[in-house]
Design a binder for this molecule. Structure first.
Ligand code: CA
Length: 568
């Protein structure tokens, strides 16, 4: 090497060092700045926590004060009255939240669906914006949540007591099991607090998805809640005993001929699956009387009548069902106190956006239904509120329609980014900050439940549209066939009866302003002909715009075409 070359090399080295130093200074400064200016985001989601089981949503259960901590937090932020899920079941709802996409775009149509690591868009986007990301609790999307900086998740549904977790660390997924001792709501909170305090890079703002397992069935509450509500009568919905003109031929059959085999129930009404079985399973006289669905199908049907004896059973079952459920909710609410206290005591509360939701709603005996899956209000509606005093006015409330594909775009915008174009949802940040809907904000949301008669809950497949005041549902009543896995039969094994392949198609329309509890299906009523026609047009457009048509499912499209103009 010549002297000249050597001098030149030294000069280059010096320049490089200066560049490296400069880069470090810039990056360290921007990290400090981002920590100073960017809010933390704590996204909390419970499983099947429905709006009826809150104080803030004014249901019959509000008088029991089931969620004092959540109510207080909600009242210091903005409450959404019209937040809806696009498919009322765990896996598809979670996939929509992580991807910002509807089912046929992200590929998650039912409980067998999953998203790849590459599709874990929300944590990826948050990372790009300088966030430390973590997910703790229920994940349920099957593949490793490797796009998060840290995870501590339940395998599948996970267990209520002494749950195992898969924890990011030395061992590879899925062998990275860590055993805990205690109730899942407490263990999930422990894990979040541990990450917040000890495991994260505190130079960055955090994005934490904290997902409770509770109050999903089988409603196993922590032993400390055994006495909670023990002596209290839980208010009952009138529709537990009398459903009026709710429903259609699709779920009731002609002259109520299918009420014994469609729609899982609180009472013994549905012989395939009901909550009463859980209590009276060992009472053989009752079991024999009600369990034999095939006999009922073979002998046409035994009409369901809620006589005095059945009313008494239904009431007892309902009291038991609701007490277990509300004890799980209480465990969630108490654990919220721990999270809020930690943020407060560590001086982070002021700079943290707290979002609370449930992955979908749940039927708590309304229309004598249990479970979710349905497009009816209690199941389709999600609790949703956001706390962030710096930019959200305390005590604000909105009737703007949002759905679970909008969550990711909104969080990305609140973190200072822009929602990527592949997300179908829209950011509602401006609604949070101004309380006003933008002029072009959607006035309707789309719903689709695909898992025809699955899991013995006996809900026929359906889709529909919900506006602020109206709801239109079409039951097409057919299985979907997975074109990627045409041999999959798991969703066709619900029950080997005549209706296994097809239930009657029908429409339902509810005028929610006059009939918020959906007690009167007005499809076919002359006064609503124009409104329903208009809703059908909107529904067609929504299905096209959202890539949610049945172009890939001609056996379903056939039913849609044959019954689109039905008017009975
Ligand atoms: Ca759920």
């Amino acid at each position: 090497m010549s002297i000249n070359q050597s001098i030149h090399s030294q000069y280059l080295l010096g320049t490089l060092m200066l560049i490296v130093l400069h880069l470090c200074t810039t990056s360290c400064t921007s990290e400090r700045q981002s920590k100073r200016t960017k809010p933390n985001i704590l996204f909390i989601m419970s499983d099947d926590h429905t709006t009826q089981a809150f104080g803030i949503y004014g249901s019959r259960l509000a008088q029991l004060n089931p969620t004092p901590t959540l109510d207080q937090l909600a009242r210091e932020g903005m409450i959404f009255d019209h937040c809806f899920v696009n498919n009322s079941i765990c896996v598809p709802s979670r996939a929509a939240i992580i991807t910002g996409q509807h089912a046929q775009t992200n590929g998650v149509i039912d409980l067998a669906g999953s998203i790849t690591v590459a599709q874990q868009y929300l944590p990826q986007e948050m990372k790009k914006l300088g966030y430390q990301t973590a997910i703790v609790g229920k994940w349920h999307l099957k593949n490793e949540p490797a796009s998060f900086d840290y995870y501590h998740v339940l395998p599948g549904q996970g267990k209520y007591y002494d749950p195992e977790f898969r924890v990011q660390g030395d061992n590879p997924w899925p062998q990275n099991i860590v055993q805990t001792t205690g109730h899942s709501s407490d263990m999930i909170t422990e894990a979040s607090l541990d990450w917040l305090e000890n495991k994260r890079d505190k130079s960055k703002p955090f994005f934490l998805m904290h997902h409770f397992k509770a109050p999903h069935d089988d409603f196993e509450y922590a032993p400390r809640y055994e006495d909670y509500l023990a002596e209290t009568f839980i208010p009952e919905p009138e529709s537990l005993y009398e459903i009026g003109n709710h429903g259609s031929e699709a779920i009731r059959g002609r002259s109520d001929s299918l009420t014994r085999i469609i729609g899982s129930s609180v009472s013994h009404r549905n012989v395939i699956r009901n909550q009463a079985m859980n209590i009276y399973w060992n009472d053989t006289s009752i079991y024999k009387k009600y369990h034999n669905a095939r006999d009922i199908a073979a002998n046409e049907y035994i009409k369901w009548e809620m006589d005095d004896k059945e009313r008494s059973y239904a009431s007892q079952v309902y009291q038991d069902y609701l007490k277990k459920y509300l004890r799980c909710v209480k465990g969630v609410d108490d654990n919220m106190t721990r999270l809020i206290d930690y943020l407060n005591e560590s001086g982070q509360l002021e700079n943290t956006i707290i979002i609370y939701t449930g992955d979908q709603g749940f039927m708590l005996g309304e229309h004598d239904y249990i479970d979710k899956r349905r497009m009816y209000e209690e199941s389709m509606r999600m609790p949703f509120f956001v706390y962030y005093p710096k930019s959200i006015t305390a005590g604000s409330r909105t009737d703007a329609i949002i759905n679970n594909t909008d969550f990711a775009p909104t969080m990305i915008e609140m973190a200072g980014g822009t929602a990527p174009p592949y997300m179908q949802g829209r950011s509602f940040r401006s609604i949070l900050e101004t309380g006003k809907e933008p002029p072009d904000w959607p006035q309707a949301t789309y719903y689709r439940y695909w898992m025809h008669l699955a899991h013995r809950h006996q809900n026929p497949a359906h889709f529909g549209i919900r506006t602020k005041d109206q709801k239109l549902i079409f039951y097409y009543g057919k299985y979907w066939v997975d074109t990627d896995d045409p041999n999959a039969t798991w969703n066709q094994n619900s029950w080997g009866n005549d209706f296994a392949n097809h239930t009657p198609p029908a429409w339902e329309f509810y005028d929610l302003k006059a009939d918020p509890k959906e007690m009167n299906n007005l499809h076919g009523h002359a006064d609503y002909k124009e409104i329903i026609g208009n809703l059908k047009n909107q529904l067609t457009r929504l299905r096209q715009d959202l890539n949610e048509t049945d172009a890939k499912y001609p056996h379903i499209q056939e039913v849609i075409d044959a019954h689109w103009d039905d008017w009975e």
